[in-house]
Design a protein around this ligand. Structure first.
Ligand SMILES: [Zn+2]
Length: 370
């Protein structure tokens, strides 16, 4: 089923593009659209969230019914996932202290595949109308395992009608990658190629976390993760990939000329299938660091309004103020966007990508029953 957003349906009914654009502008500033006769059953949401973790590193989180209340009428749709990695509570390492975050212990993380069943069951506990607000994602696979792709297929066939994509999963991430038990993930591992090939075949949206660089590079050191990532993405041009956080991290700083790097990627026709999200307060920290960084980011988004998505990257929030902290941090950025770019980053790009994923993944499931 193709679900179209309220503003899209409304814009379409209003005729010529000029008028539709006027409506967008009116919506962006919150003014009622003149001459609109369409009855509104619910207020138009302000934003969709392309990056949200319902559960944390020890698989605990917010009840999905409570989360709907936190979304309220402000957030329309959410790309929903847990966290694929479980932090071990190693008694020998922290004793009675039960770590809930990867920075709280030296004990390893391991892939917790049950997260996918957990997310699917949470989704299935909702009414049809509530389900329409979520795009669940598969995360519980090890991207260094040649069998990873089989897990993804099994999840689709066990829970048909649920998932829209895979991720957020991680290849290079400060502090995290080195703690994962077993073979370390790599952008050059054919296991990852198999996963991305299948995502392209089935129409799954991919949300990939890959740091743009190592945490403390020596001056002049080649940021090999960028080079390897570009090669990987160019091998999978039929797969829709969202590069989470534009590659930034807590201490992974922007490579010199980060905006230039992202602009070159957006301009490259071989990377037309690649999108960026501006999720995570750690990302906002860099993008919103000064009036100059805000302006440079706004200029970039205004130039490529179809390629950037908003996301929160919140983990198991308990209240709307905390959940939308990142959204509020970006207010000065949104103020500098054109009405069209603002609408696209907040909602339009999400709807285009995830509506298409829903349509294609349902078709794959129908053609490949268990
Ligand atoms: Zn995340």
């Amino acid at each position: 089923m193709k679900r179209t957003g309220w503003y899209e349906r409304r814009a379409r009914r209003s005729g010529p593009p000029g008028k539709a654009l006027g409506l967008w502008v009116a919506l962006a500033v919150g003014a009622p659209a003149s001459g609109a006769t369409q009855p509104r059953t619910a207020p138009s949401p302000e934003v969709h969230d392309s990056h949200f973790h319902l559960t944390n590193y020890v698989q605990q989180g917010t009840d999905i019914h409570d989360f709907l209340k936190i979304m309220g009428t402000k957030v329309g749709r959410v790309a929903l996932f847990g966290i694929p990695l479980q932090q071990t509570w190693a008694y020998g390492n922290t004793g009675d202290f039960a770590p809930t975050y990867y920075l709280q212990t030296d004990a390893p993380l391991y892939y917790y595949s049950f997260t996918d069943a957990f997310i699917a069951m949470a989704y299935r506990s909702l009414t049809k109308e509530e389900q329409a607000r979520f795009d669940p994602m598969i995360t519980g696979f090890n991207p260094a395992d040649m069998y990873a792709v089989d897990h993804i297929k099994r999840v689709l066939q066990t829970f048909p009608g649920v998932f829209s994509g895979i991720g957020e999963f991680t290849i290079h991430k400060e502090f995290v990658s080195a703690k994962v038990a077993g073979e370390i993930a790599s952008l050059t591992n054919p296991a990852l190629d198999r996963v991305l090939d299948f995502a392209g075949e089935a129409g799954l949206v991919v949300i990939l976390h890959n740091d743009v660089n190592m945490p403390f590079p020596k001056p002049g050191q080649d940021p090999y993760p960028v080079v390897q990532l570009a090669q990987l993405l160019k091998r999978h041009t039929k797969t829709t990939v969202i590069w989470a956080h534009c590659g930034l991290g807590r201490i992974v700083r922007p490579v010199e000329d980060q905006v230039g790097m992202v602009r070159r990627a957006l301009a490259n026709p071989e990377l037309a299938h690649v999108y960026f999200d501006i999720s995570w307060d750690e990302t906002a920290k860099y993008l919103m660091a000064s009036p100059e960084t805000v302006q440079a980011t706004a200029d970039l988004i205004n130039r490529y309004p179809d390629r950037i998505l908003f996301g929160t990257d919140e983990v198991a929030p308990t209240a709307q103020a905390k959940y939308l902290k990142v959204y509020d941090l970006y207010a000065p950025l949104f103020a500098k966007l054109t009405a069209e770019a603002s609408e696209n980053v907040r909602k339009g790009n999400y709807e285009r990508l995830f509506d298409e994923a829903r349509r294609r993944v349902r078709a794959w499931e129908k053609a490949n029953p268990k």
